[in-house]
Structures are given as C-alpha cells and as structure tokens.
Design a protein around this ligand. Structure first.
Ligand code: ADP
Ligand code: ADP
Ligand code: MG
Length: 674
C-alpha cells in the first residue's frame, strides 16, 4: 500500500488531496516555492520540501526539482493535482522509471488524450460523436478560409495543444477566419510552444456538459454522471453544477456509454473527464478528455457520495474498483462557485494583495443542505501575482436545484472577504438571474447578459428597505452603547432618539424603532409618501465592530456584510453594494447643506489597474486614439491584460515603458484634455 504521497501542486487542490490522504492514514509531503513559504498546503502536510523561486518555471513545473523532493523525502507516490505537471506524460514516465506511483492515468493515456487532434481521431475510432470539422493540420490562412467554407460558418479555430481556453477563436466571416487563424497560431506558439491549428464547426447555443469517468488497472471503467459548466467567462468556467438541468436520462446514459468507450480505448485507469458540447437539440459532441482530477470534481462528489481522490489513490495502488455502474446513484443537486481574486467592477481584472479578512461560511452537513468550501488561503495570507487567482471553491448541495441555489445565495451573503477585489457580487447576481434560475443557460450566458461588463446586481426595493431598517437598528445599538459607556452621566443626559433618517442609494427613509432589547418593531416610512409604510419585527445579535450582520426579519433569515464608514455603513448584499447613512432627522436636514466631496478627475489618465509589468505600449505620443482601442498590455498573474481607451482622444504623454513594474494607480499615459 502507498505510504507517503508527495503532492506536486499548491493551493486549494494540494489541501484537498492532503485531506483525503490523512483520512486514509497516508503520510503527506508538500512542496513549496518562495512565495508559498507560509501557505496553507505547507502547514497541512506532515513534511515540506522547498523547491525554488516563485515563478512556476523555477519551481512547480521543474520535473527534476520534484524528483529530488520525492527521493529526499522517501515518498512512494505522487499526486499532481490539476494544472502544472498533471498532464505531463514525461513526468509520469520518469516516475515509473524510478518505481514511484503516479496517482493519475498511465502515460500512454495522457499522451493519447493530451493532443486535441489525436484524441479526436481516437474518439472517432471508439464510436464517439465528435464536432464536425477538419481533422488535419492547417498550414495557411488561405487554407483556413477554404476549410471554413467547407465546414460552414460559424467555425471554431483551435490549437491542437490548447488548454485553459487559450488558442481558440470563433469566426463568422472570411476576414475573421484569417485573423483568427493568425491569432490562435500566435497564442498557441507563445503559450504551448506548439502552433498546430485545426478547425471545427462552432456549435451554436452550446452547453458545456462533461462526464466523470473512473477506472482501475484491471480494465474496469464506470461513469459518475455529468457536470454542467456552461457559465463561463472567456471559455473559463465560473459556476458548475451536477446534474445538468438540460439532460434527460437517455442522453445522460448515451454520453456515459460513449465516455466509457473512449476511456477503454486508451486503457484509462484513474479519474478523468470527457468534455462535450451539447447543442439546443441535445446532440452532443466530444470536445476533449482531461486526464486528471478536474477543478469542479466536488460537485460530482456531493451528488454521488464518492471521494474521487480516494478512488484515484486506490486505483494507482492497483486495487480493483469497488463501485459498480449499477450502484452509482445521483442524489440531489450540487453547485460550485469559483471565487476568484478579480475585480468584477473593473472588467474582471486580476487583483492581488493581502487578504485582510477571510471568514468563509461554516462548512457542514445539515438535514436538507450541505456547505463545502475548498480553499488554499487564510486570513492574513497573500494572493501573489505568480499563481492562479482562485481563492476558494464554495460548493452547496440541496435535495433539488432551488435548494442548492438558495443555500449558495445565503452562503455567499456571509462570506467575509476583504483586502482584495473578488467576484462574489458577480456570482450573487448570476444566482439571482431569472435565466440562470430557469436553467436556460449556454456558454454565452455571461457575454449575452452582461455585454458591457458588470456594474452591480439589480436592486430589489424590498431588500433595500430591510437594509435601511437594520442599519438604523445597528446605529441605534451603537449609540445606546456609547450612552451607557459615558456612564458618569445619568443616562437621560445623553438622549438616544428612536427615530432615524436613513439615506440609501439616493433614497430617504424614516426608521422608527420600538422596543429596547431583543425583538424590535421597526417601521420604515417614505418621507415623500411614495411608498407604503413597512412594519417589521427584527431580531439581531449584531454587535458594534462586526462586519457580518445576521438578522431575522419577521422570522426569516436576512444576512449581509457591512463595514463602518463615517455617518453609516457600506453594505454588500446579493450582488449590490450600498452606502447607507444614518442620521438624526435634524442631522439629515443639515446634511443637505454640506458640500459634496468630489473625487479628483482621472479621466485624462490611463492608470494601472493592478500591480504588474508593462509588456507592451501600443500607442505613441501625439497619436489619435478611438474609444475601445488597445493602449497597453500589463502582465499580472500569468495573464496578459489589455488596457483600452474609454473615449476618443489624443495621447499627450507616455509615463511608462515596456518592462516597467507598476503599482496600482500608477499613471501609464496621459491624454490631452478637451
Ligand atoms: P478545467 O476544465 O478543470 O477548468 P482547464 O483545462 O481549463 O481546466 O485548465 C487546467 C486547470 O489547471 C485550470 O483549472 C487552471 O485553473 C489550472 N491551471 C492552469 N494553469 C495553472 C497554473 N499555472 N497554476 C495553477 N493552476 C493552473
Ligand atoms: P480547453 O482545452 O481550453 O478547455 P475546450 O476544447 O475544452 O478547450 O474548449 C473550452 C470551451 O470553449 C468549451 O467549454 C466551450 O465553451 C467552448 N468551445 C470549444 N469548442 C467549441 C465548439 N466547437 N463550439 C462551441 N463552443 C466551443
Ligand atoms: Mg476543456
């Protein structure tokens, strides 16, 4: 039996693997780079091994360093996680040579499925339906156009070595096919060192649905249902769920049977994923096979009760698969939200820095719901520019999709995360979106529903008035406490009023609070008389200083996050951000005469939105620029981010050049003022 596993990865997936190894009584070794000295995965493992500098090509991607770590720690098996060396056949081979167990499929299966063209040929052989297209390499832009005509627009131009949504372009016209061919080729050469290109039909109104397979070294292979990953931004998954709201039993079984046929064809002997694109008529087409543990594997675990990491370890150890196809039952519904360090209000630009506050919702199994949070970070830790910007994978389970969604919304409401930009407000908006709730989704959901980016969820007036009431109560509690503390004075000398004037999102309310401790009656009046008076019974245990506000309104749970600011609170709830001011009625009168603070005008400056390196400056001084034109490219967190003009103008001055290391809000260039 395997005795000691080295995890050749970092972050949440390293932590995830360590948890199961511990449960199985197996020792664990973590590896770490400079940036990860204090990381959570290092803390959790029994032993640690330093493997070098922070950039991945000097640490996590260097096979020889991992091999040395294995030898020096006497590990007898390696789990590669996802990304990094997980689909590297050379690595799997080298481990085999030194007699160390690779917890993943055999090298032959990795090679066969690692290349999109090769894997499609094998899939066709195995009787799997593939996207119609041209199964050969394309040598020139002219040929790309000719083949696109044969397939019929729209087409998808793809890099054979592609992954992570890179090296992929849609084309609807000859011109786009020509451009797409060139840019896919360049991106593939830069990202994968392999510029082979092929073309297939672009499936319209596509849904991404994938099948989890599991095999052993004795020829047994089963499938564990599907996951739907249609909520994607730029071909990168954001929300996943299992099962899919689109599949019927017949399609599910057909996809499962084809996936098992493909896996058998390459003697697949571990956990793997067969990805399909499904059209509006439920025709499904093979996209690719990922020969590793998938990021979104927890949703499958939640509806099947199978620990996929445990199964991978057992298969690698040579055990016979103990789960039969007939015994696999899909129970309930699970969702996964990828919480990323990226700022949804600034075009999802990556955000890095210290995590000042990190208090995820409590994990647990309750009667009708489950909350699970897979993470690799901790409060006070840092999100660095070197690695993937994923902070956590928050998963929920419920008996049905509605319960899973509501559990997720409640869990996101109480997820305290501060210090860095993050996409929780955006996730909340998606879960509240009618189209998502109805299950009528495609991979174009985000680009169709948020064509101009994200600027906050739609405001719900009912929620706004509840927030107004609770903020008034919070202010009231704070004032009463202050009055009590100034104890030297008799209480009545510092009078705390019962009536507060609340301003939220430009609207004014009068909040009348009755009752002293515990349950309060609050009535919210619209001073302009436009809305009916709203009476509610409010119970909260909130105390000054807390950022999490947990309350019951008329016996239903109502939670949000609030941060104290002068004259009130900044509040986050269901994808909306509010500034709430609470004043005495007299104070509210006076505040009308206060001058509003005006932010300095930065519209004639291009500011660096995140710490990073300038990789190119695309304009010159004196050049006229158009709205939306690319101005400069900044690299941060392994991603190139193009900064674009927000309006037409003329470049007056360049303040930064290629290679400069910039901080947030450093000025990259100045434009002429009108
Ligand atoms: P998935 O289909 O599971 O989202 P992809 O095939 O898109 O996976 O990409 C591979 C996975 O590896 C991604 O989830 C990505 O987050 C992860 N990954 C890719 N590059 C890196 C990296 N440099 N560091 C850490 N993780 C990475
Ligand atoms: P990667 O290796 O980058 O994960 P995939 O081939 O799995 O590449 O494609 C990633 C995503 O791109 C899919 O999930 C899907 O949303 C979209 N996609 C890929 N091929 C097609 C296609 N032929 N038609 C429509 N969408 C596609
Ligand atoms: Mg894929």
């Amino acid at each position: 039996m395997i005795k000691k596993i080295l995890i050749a990865n970092r972050g949440e997936i390293a932590c995830r693997v360590i948890k199961t190894a511990k449960k199985m009584g197996i020792k664990t070794v973590s590896v770490y780079s400079d940036a990860d000295k204090n990381a959570l995965h290092v803390n959790m493992a029994d032993e640690n091994f330093y493997i070098g500098a922070s950039p991945v090509n000097q640490s996590y991607l260097v096979i020889d360093k991992i091999l040395k770590a294995i030898k020096d720690t006497g590990s007898d098996a390696v789990h590669p996680g996802y990304g990094f060396l997980s689909e590297n056949a050379e690595f799997a081979r080298k481990l085999e040579e030194i007699g160390v167990t690779f917890i993943g499929p055999n090298a032959h299966a990795i090679i066969s499925m690692g290349d999109k063209i090769t894997s499609k040929k094998i899939a066709i052989d195995a009787g799997v339906s593939c996207v119609p297209g041209h199964m050969g390499l394309i040598e020139s832009a002219d040929e790309a156009i000719k083949i696109s005509h044969k397939i019929g627009y729209p087409v998808m131009i793809k890099a054979s070595a592609g992954g992570g949504g890179k090296g992929m372009r849609i084309a609807w016209t000859d011109e786009e096919a020509r451009e797409g061919y060139q840019s896919s080729k360049n991106e593939a050469a830069n990202s994968f060192g392999d510029d082979r290109i092929f073309i297939e039909k672009f499936i319209e109104q596509p849904r991404h649905i994938e099948i989890q397979v599991l095999g052993d070294k004795h020829g047994n292979i089963i499938y564990l249902g599907e996951r739907e990953c249609s909520i994607q931004r730029r071909n990168q998954k954001v929300i996943e769920e299992a099962p899919s709201s689109f599949l019927d039993e017949k399609t599910r079984n057909a996809m499962g049977i084809e996936s098992v046929a493909l896996a058998k064809k390459v003697n697949y002997d571990s956990a793997g994923t067969v990805e399909f694109i499904v059209d509006k008529d439920k025709n499904f087409y093979f996209l690719e096979m990922n020969t590793r543990l998938q990021v979104e594997h927890p949703v499958t675990e939640l509806i099947t009760g199978v620990d996929l990491v445990e199964q991978m370890i057992k298969s690698a150890n040579g055990d016979i698969l103990s789960i039969s196809q007939e015994s696999v039952k899909l129970n309930g519904w699970a969702l996964e939200s990828r919480i990323y360090a990226e700022d949804p209000y600034r075009n999802f630009l990556p955000s890095i820095g210290r995590i000042k506050r990190y208090r995820p919702p409590s994990e647990g199994i309750w009667k009708d719901h489950v909350i699970r949070n897979d993470t690799g970070v901790f409060e006070g830790g840092e999100i660095s520019m070197y690695y993937d910007p994923m902070i956590a994978k928050l998963c929920t389970w419920g008996k049905n999709r509605d319960i899973a969604i509501n559990t997720m919304k409640d869990a996101l409401d109480v997820f305290e995360l501060d210090g860095i930009g993050h996409n929780i407000p955006f996730l909340q908006a998606v879960y509240d979106h009618d189209r998502f709730k109805s299950g009528n989704i495609t991979t174009a959901f985000i680009s169709e529903e948020y064509p101009d980016g994200f600027s906050g969820a739609e405001v719900n007036n009912q929620h706004t008035r509840r927030i107004a009431a609770i903020c008034a109560l919070m202010h009231d509690i704070t004032e009463h406490r202050a009055a009590d503390i100034s104890g030297a004075l008799p209480n009545h000398e510092r009078h705390v009023p019962d009536l507060w004037s609340v301003e939220i999102g430009g609207a004014h309310y009068a909040a009348d609070i009755n009752g002293e401790e515990g349950l309060r009656n609050i009535s919210i009046k619209d001073p302009d008389g436009g809305l009916d008076t709203l009476d509610m019974e409010v119970l909260t245990s909130w105390k000054p200083g807390q950022q999490l506000v947990k309350a019951f309104i008329d016996n239903s749970r109502f939670n949000f996050r609030a941060k104290k600011i002068s004259e009130g609170y900044k509040v986050w709830h269901r994808g909306c951000e509010f500034k709430v001011s609470v004043r005495t009625p007299r104070g509210a009168e006076l505040s009308k005469f206060m001058l509003e603070k005006i932010d300095p005008d930065t519209s004639n400056l291009l500011l660096c939105p995140m710490p990073g390196v300038i990789v190119s400056v695309l304009v010159e001084e004196g050049q006229e620029i158009q709205d939306g034109q690319a101005l400069a490219i900044v690299e941060a967190m392994k991603m190139e981010n193009t900064l674009r003009a927000e309006k037409q103008g003329i470049v007056a001055k360049l303040n930064a050049k290629v290679g400069d290391n910039l901080a947030v809000d450093d000025v990259i260039m100045e434009f002429e003022t009108e």
